[in-house]
Ligand binder design. Sequence first.
Ligand SMILES: C[S@@+](CC[C@H](N)C(=O)[O-])C[C@H]1O[C@@H](n2cnc3c(N)ncnc32)[C@H](O)[C@@H]1O
Length: 231
Amino acid sequence: MDNAEVRLVSGKDIVSLEQEGLAALRGRSRQVVVDVGTGDARMAYRLAQAHPDWLVIGLDPNWRGMIETAVRSRRKPARGGVPNLLLVAASIETPPEELAGIADEVRVLMPWGALLRGLVLGEPDVCGGLRQVARPAATVEVTVGTSIWSPPVPAGVRDLPELTADYVRDTLAPRWARAGLRITGTDLVRAEAAAGLATSWARRLGSGRTELLRQVTAVAASRTNPGPAVT
Ligand SMILES: C[S@@+](CC[C@H](N)C(=O)[O-])C[C@H]1O[C@@H](n2cnc3c(N)ncnc32)[C@H](O)[C@@H]1O
């Protein structure tokens, strides 16, 4: 974990959030959701708006992409402000230590770059980072659009194995388990059937309503005993 304070995108500025501020927000929340690779954070914003008693934390190293939503979220509630949304500038490989064990639920939607690679290959830094922000028994849900493996396959995906059910069960489950994430299931779902998945990137990737999404769900194991993977 990174020792730096939480770098928060607040309006157009990067500010640091102190431990007490975070603890106060957390104390008021019934549930904490961390959206990893939040992109423009619109999905996180909608989630926070729909659940005022939750704390929603969007995390992405590309802080510029979050500015528009950050500005909107800091308005008065009547003008679209959502005080229960925090946007954190960080990579999942080095999450701020203040976020350790904070999440009841971790979501990753349409990952790309190092995030996609780390999840698909089960790399310890990315999977370990997800585990770090999750509390024990938290749910982790990763959703990947399967069209990225259809020709023309983008350069960053060409050497990545496709997330088939067999690959998830035989190869990925043991790797995620070593990072403390016990895979509990995997499904193919149609984008139209997946509530709340109309994210900006789902649209930008041209994933129409018929896009098939691969969802992998997991549970964060206790730190001392990840336990065997359930397939
Ligand atoms: C295709 S976008 C998806 C954004 C959003 N989830 C959506 O569905 O609209 C993928 C995001 O993953 C972020 N990302 C890539 N590597 C990351 C990492 N190591 N840690 C956290 N986020 C990462 C990128 O900055 C980008 O914003």
